[in-house]
Ligand binder design. Structure first.
Ligand code: FNR
Length: 187
């Protein structure tokens, strides 16, 4: 089965290395029987409970894009040992109004790229705790911390190193297995 998976990029930088990683995943996804589509977050207004009664159009569109995906992959940088505010805003937006949490039961997987060697490990731990609270079944293993040295992935997502490309395909295959299990659990 081919699954349609939404991909949220936790950076709105025009030169984002996490966007480059996301582009690589989009290119490699067919090898794992997945189709990846970006769920953009840059136009989302700041979440406020004031708007729960009349959800802004951008927020409503974002929530329904999550709900109509089989699963969601989140590709995030680490900002100050946590997730960027733009990503937290998107997750808060998706989680509300109360009782209409778009992530409830939605399988997810997290991955991230940094220039520094240990990069995104702490941000990913924070992200996992948020996704747990949102009742999203998460891919726990393999973890994926991508050290994105210069030239590893081109702007349009071509991976120049064979072992990195192989790792990303194996990670995507694990995502596929996770989605299959989550969507049709054993009786
Ligand atoms: C960073 N960076 C960073 N890196 C890291 O490994 N741990 C961290 O805590 C932080 N903190 C941090 C805070 C802020 C405000 C910025 C702007 C940057 C560096 C970060 O990994 C680097 O800028 C990446 O290029 C960000 O990812 P994108 O936006 O290029 O995808």
């Amino acid at each position: 089965t081919t699954y349609n998976v939404g991909i949220i990029i936790g950076s709105i930088s025009s030169t984002s290395i996490n966007r480059r990683l996301a582009n690589a995943l989009v290119r490699l996804a067919p090898q794992a029987d997945l189709t990846l589509t970006e769920l953009p977050i840059a136009a989302l207004p700041f979440y406020s409970a004031d708007n729960d009664g009349a959800i802004p159009a951008e927020a409503a569109a974002f929530k329904s894009s999550i709900e109509s995906s089989d699963a969601v992959i989140i590709v995030t940088p680490e900002y100050n040992r946590s997730v960027p505010g733009v990503l937290k805003n998107a997750l808060d937006t998706a989680s509300r109004p109360w009782g209409q949490n778009s992530f409830a039961g939605k399988p997810s997987a997290v991955i991230g790229a940094s220039i520094g060697a240990i990069g995104t490990a702490v941000a990913q731990q924070h992200l996992r705790s948020i996704l747990s609270f949102l009742a999203s079944p998460e891919l726990s293993q393999p973890e994926a911390y991508i050290h994105l040295r210069d030239g590893l992935i081109t702007d349009d997502g071509e991976v120049t190193d064979e072992s990195t490309a192989e790792f990303l395909v194996s990670w995507l295959k694990a995502v596929h297995t996770h989605v299959a299990k989550s969507l049709s659990p054993a009786e």
